[in-house]
Design a binder for this molecule. Structure first.
Ligand SMILES: Nc1ncnc2c1ncn2[C@@H]1O[C@H](COP(=O)(O)OP(=O)(O)OP(=O)(O)O)[C@@H](O)[C@H]1O
Ligand SMILES: [Mg+2]
Length: 424
């Protein structure tokens, strides 16, 4: 929106201005699910929004009910006058007219929801708006294509490392808009292609057989496209054929993917990590996936210590998957105190949506869209992208230092960003 910035200060995450009690009630439920304060949901519709924002700072996300608006486009333009840049606006109304929808989008509205609303619909729109908030910042970086590599490692078999890999690959490509490669190094039993309803092809097997052939052109031909922004390299190698590699094919693939994509997600089985530890030497993020059990606690401790020693520059994110509050083997507190660090992201045990995703041939995160479960994926995506930003900033600062001895301004801005992220 267009208004100049008002007094500096922290923006509210969310404000809503709605016309009726039913909508108010529904918005409060969705906003509560997002973890935002429900007191910021007000009655009064678009007119009240304009009045209120003319004297106070705009929120990050604004929801306006246009049911009582006689001239929606004019009223949205009036809102644009008082709403500061950067605010993502979601509108709702009773007019079902595709021209109005298009006009509203071209006036800068992020989404238009037709009343009567459902909680799922509102939640989905809020999740998308939240993803949008990070998107422009990352879009600015696309010019120089900083690459970020993450390795996803399950601390034990079956904890859900592949589910996390495919879901994150979907979220990174579809929601954060990054050109993403998913490299599934479970050569015999990988499920990356199966999950996304694709044929794995021969690309990975050919790469292992002929590492010297791996170059940009090979990557272009061998990768299987899941969408415009997501490509996959995986295999279903015959069970009687052992993988004959010294690891150079895998390393070479990582190198080539670095040049061709903005984000590489490597689904890295522990059995591959052990003989080829150098595969994580360039990883910016290590995503350790665990369940909350005694055996997983033991192996989380061992792997955390291994990564600390062997890849000290990588940021380790700990995801607890299949979490069951009441009947789990360990409580979250017991698990965290045994591993002596907090879990970063919790993904609940969710057999219903997981099996729905399998039937649809989609990633779990995609099927979560519009449900409460989507929040965990939005949070995980944000966490990884924050790490990628810091890595890119550090690389830029290092190269600036190389050229000019380092600018104080660059260092200060890096420190400020780091401080803000650590405090977040
Ligand atoms: N949050 C969840 N809720 C319910 N089921 C889940 C969840 N996460 C994963 N699963 C299921 O658990 C099984 C194992 O998941 P997945 O294959 O992702 O694990 P993995 O760690 O990659 O296993 P492997 O050690 O074989 O590589 C799958 O059937 C998957 O659908
Ligand atoms: Mg797996």
């Amino acid at each position: 929106m267009n208004a100049p910035f008002k007094a500096a200060g922290l923006r509210d995450p969310f404000n809503a201005f709605v016309c009726d009690d039913d909508t108010l009630e529904l918005i409060r439920v969705a906003v509560g699910d997002m973890g935002w304060p429900i007191e910021k949901c007000n009655k009064g519709g678009l007119r009240n929004a304009v009045q209120s924002l003319s004297v106070s700072a705009s929120p990050n996300i604004l929801f306006v009910d246009m049911s009582e608006s006689g001239d929606p486009i004019n009223d949205i333009n009036a809102l644009a006058e008082v709403c500061e840049p950067g605010t993502v606006v979601i509108a709702a109304g009773q007019v079902n007219d595709v021209r109005l929808y298009r006009d509203l989008l071209s006036s800068g509205i992020q989404d238009y929801l037709l009343k009567p609303l459902s909680v799922d619909q509102v939640r989905e729109s809020l999740t998308m708006a939240q993803a949008m908030l990070t998107a422009p910042k990352h879009a600015e970086m696309h010019d120089d294509k900083p690459h970020h590599m993450m390795a996803v490692v399950g601390v034990r078999g079956g904890v859900g490392a592949s589910l996390v890999s495919t879901s994150l690959a979907w979220a990174m490509s579809e929601q954060a808009g990054r050109q993403t490669a998913l490299l599934d190094l479970d050569v015999h039993f990988g499920t990356g292609a199966l999950t996304l309803d694709l044929e794995p092809g021969r690309g990975l097997i050919d790469a292992i057989d002929n590492p010297s052939r791996i170059d940009g052109l090979f990557i272009e031909r061998a990768m299987v496209r899941a969408s415009d922004k997501l490509s996959l390299l995986s295999a279903e190698a015959p069970i009687h054929q052992p993988v004959m590699t010294d690891g150079s094919a895998f390393f070479q693939l990582e190198e080539e993917l670095r040049g061709a994509f903005e984000m590489t997600i490597v689904d890295l089985p522990r059995q591959v990590l052990i003989p080829f530890p150098h595969l994580v030497s360039e990883a910016g993020t290590i995503l350790l996936v665990s369940d909350v059990t005694l055996a997983a606690a033991r192996d989380t401790i061992r792997l955390l210590s291994w990564f600390k020693q062997n890849v000290p520059g990588a940021r380790v994110i700990l995801v607890a998957n299949k979490f069951q509050n009441a009947i789990g083997e360990l409580s979250r507190k017991e698990f965290e105190s045994s591993i002596e660090r907090p879990i970063d992201i919790v993904i609940p045990f969710d057999p219903k949506l997981v099996s729905q995703a399998a039937k649809l041939g989609k990633s779990y995160a995609e099927v979560c869209k519009g449900t409460k479960a989507a929040q965990a994926w939005a949070n995980l995506t944000r966490l990884v992208l924050d790490g990628a930003d810091i890595e890119a900033d550090e690389a830029a600062a290092a190269s600036a230092k190389g050229k000019s001895g380092g600018s104080l301004l660059a260092k200060l801005s890096l420190m400020t960003k780091k401080g803000a992220k650590q405090g977040a």
